[in-house]
Design a protein around this ligand. Sequence first.
Ligand SMILES: Cc1cc2nc3c(=O)[nH]c(=O)nc-3n(C[C@H](O)[C@H](O)[C@H](O)COP(=O)(O)O)c2cc1C
Length: 735
Amino acid sequence: MLRLTHRWPGLIAALLVIVVSLSGAALSVFPALDHLSAPQASANLTVAALTQQVAANHPGLEQIRRTPSGQIEAYWFKAGAPGAAVIDPATGKDAGSADPSRVELWLTDLHRSLFLGNAGRWITAAGAVAMLVLTLSGAALVARRMGGWRRWFGPTRGPWPGRIHVELARFAVGGLVLSSLTALWLTALTFSMIPDDSALPSFASATPGVTALPVAQIPILASTKVSALEKLSLPSPSDPTDVYTLKTDGGTALVDPGTGKVLSSATPGIWTRISNIIMLLHTGRGASVLGLILGLMALNVPTLALTGVVQWLAQRGKASRIKGNTAAGSAETVVLVASEGGTSWGFARTLRDALKAQRQGVHVAPLSQFDPKRYSHAKRFIILAATYGEGAPPSAARGVIERIRALPAAPHAPLTILGFGDRSFPQFCGFAQDLARAAQDIGWPEFLPLATVDRQSPQDFARWGHDLGAALGLPLELSHLPEVPRTEALRLIQRRDYGKAVGAPTAILRFALPPRSLWQRLTSQGFARFEAGDLLGIVPQGSTVPRFYSLASSRADGFIEICVRQHEGGLCSGQLTTMTSGESVAAFLRRNPDFRPAPGRAPVILIGAGTGIGPLAGFVRANHKRRPMHLFFGARTPTSDLLYDEELLNWQSAGQLATLTTAYSRQEPHHYVQDSLKINAGRILQLLTGGAQIMVCGGREMAAGVRETLAEMLSASGQSPATLKAEGRYAEDVY
Ligand SMILES: Cc1cc2nc3c(=O)[nH]c(=O)nc-3n(C[C@H](O)[C@H](O)[C@H](O)COP(=O)(O)O)c2cc1C
C-alpha cells in the first residue's frame, strides 16, 4: 500500500512536480542575490532620516518600501511621470533599478500558475499535494528499507538507482515537506481560504489648516528604525486631509503630518502573522540562506523522479514473472516471496500453477509488500524465504521481521514457511528460521512446520509439496526444474597457476569485462557494477546448476578475476582450471553486499587460506585510501601456492597492505592460519580495541578454526566473534 501511495502520485505528477520544484529552486536564488547586492541600512538609521534624504533627491516622493531582503526602494511622481529606484540608505541616492528582473517575473509566473492564471494555481497546488504525499510515503519507505527510523542515516545497499534515490531522499525530505506544506497554505491564502485579520487602521484624516511638520519632527518616524520598516506612504501634497501611512513588522499606523500624532493604528492578527512566517519559509525572502537550502533540496526532485522511474521499470520486469495472479483481496492462498537472486520466484510460480490446477485462488507477491489487511479472503499464507549473508534476509525483505513483530494482532489465516538456502553456509535458512520464530512469538497459527530446500533441490521441493498437499487435502505434485540463470560469455584473458607441486592445482583466472547495454548501466544489472567479494556464478557445461566463486576484483579494476582450486572430479573447477586464454565460460553476477569492508578508516584484519585469498586480495587492491589492512594468509609452501605473491609485496610497499603474515602448513614450523593468529594475539587484540573489523574467507573448517581461536583470544575481554558480528565487525565468506 505504502509503495503504491508512493509510486502512482510519483508517476502521474512527475513532470508537474519537476517543473514546480525546479522553478522554485531557481527562484530561491533571488532573495540571496538581492540580499548580497542591495545596500543595507545601518542599524541606527531612522525612517525619518531616510525619508528626509530620499525626499531631497526626489521631491515628488510618494512611497518608501523595504523588501524582506533589506533592499530600500523609493517611488515618486515627477513632472506627471512615475519613477522608482533602489536607494542606497547611506546617501539617499539612487543605487539601481527597482523593476523586478524579467527572469524572476517569468519564473514566478511559471512557479505559481504555469502561466495559466487561477486554473494554473490549482494545478500547482495539486502538484504540492502530490509532492507532500510522495515525500511522506517516501520517508516511510526509506525507514522501512533501512530497518527503522533510527537507522535513517545507515549505509545503503543495492543497485545504484535505489541507493541514489534513498541518499537524496534522506537529504531532501525535510525541505520538500516544508515547501509543499507552505505552498498549500499560500494557495489557501490566495483563494481567501485563510481568515483575513490583517486589520487595517480605521480611516483618519489630517487636522485641517495645520502646516505639515518637517519629517524629522514626527515622533513615530523619528523613533522607528528602518530595519523594522515595511512601507511608508507619504501624504499627497494635493490633498490636505491625507496622512502618513507607516507599515512596520508590528502593524500599521496613520500619522497626522501637521501634529505628528498617531491618528489610528492596528496590529495584524494571528492568521496574518502565521502567513507572514509561511511566506518567509516558502520564498526565503527575509531568510535567504534557508531559501537556498530549500532550493538545493528542491533541485533533487528531477533526480529522485528519474531514479524512481528506473526502479519502477526494473521492478516491473520482476513483477511480470507473477502474471495471472488472483487479486490480493480475493485469493484464498497468499504466497509471499523473499528472494535476492530470483530463483525462489520460479518455485513460487510452480507452486501457484499447481494450486491453480486444483482450482485455488492464489496471489503471489514479494514478502516486502506484506500487509495482512490486503488479504481479506486469505485462508492461508505461504512464505518462500531465501537466506543471504550469514542468515540475513534478501535486501528487499529487510525490516519485514520487525514489521511482523509490530503487527497489532497475528493474522487469523495460518502460515507455513519454506526456507531456501544452502547447507554449506553456517546459518542454513537462517532468515526463514527467524521468520518462523517471529511468527510464533506473535501467535500466528502454523498449518505446516517450517521446511527447507537445500541448493534449490527439486526433490526437497517436491517432498514439501506432498506435505502441503496432505495438509490442504489436495493431490499436489510440485515438479520444478530450477531455471538456469541468464548468463553472459566471459572470455579468459590471463591465467596464473599455482599449487601443482603440492598436489593442489589452483589458478588465478582473469576474464575480460563483457560489454554493457545502456539498460544494464542504468539499472546496474549484470556486470555493470560489482565489487570484490561479490560472487561470480558459473554454469559449467553439462550442468544447469551454477557454482559460485568470490570475485577478487571490482568493476573499477577493468577485469573479472577469481581464484579456483581444482577438486578431484569437480565438474566446474575441472573445466575452469583447464581453460586456455581466449576460451569463454557462461557466467552471471550475484551480489554479496554483506562481505565488504565497512566504510571508514578503521583497520581491517583479513584472514584467508588457499583460494580464500581472492576477495581479500580484491579489497587490498581497491585500498587506494590506504586504510590499515592486515592480512593473515595460510598456504602450503611459499614456493607452491602463495597466490598473489608478487602483488602482495607491491601492495605492501605502496601502503595498501599494512602487514602480511603468512602461515605454511607443509613447511617447518607447520602452521595453519589459526596458529599465526595465536602468535599475533597481542597485535590483533590491540587492533580490535582500535575498532578493527575482521573478514574471513576460505573453507568451512578453516573458518570454524579461526572462529574458535578468536573466541579464545577474546574471552578475557568479554567479546566474541558473535558480539563482533552483531556490531557488523565480523564477516565470513565460507565455502
Ligand atoms: C551471497 C550468498 C549468501 C548466502 N547465504 C546463505 C546463508 O547464510 N544461509 C543459507 O542457507 N543460504 C545462503 N545462500 C544460499 C541462498 O539462500 C540460496 O541459493 C537460495 O536458493 C537463493 O534464492 P534466491 O535466488 O531466490 O535468492 C546464500 C547465497 C548467496 C549467493
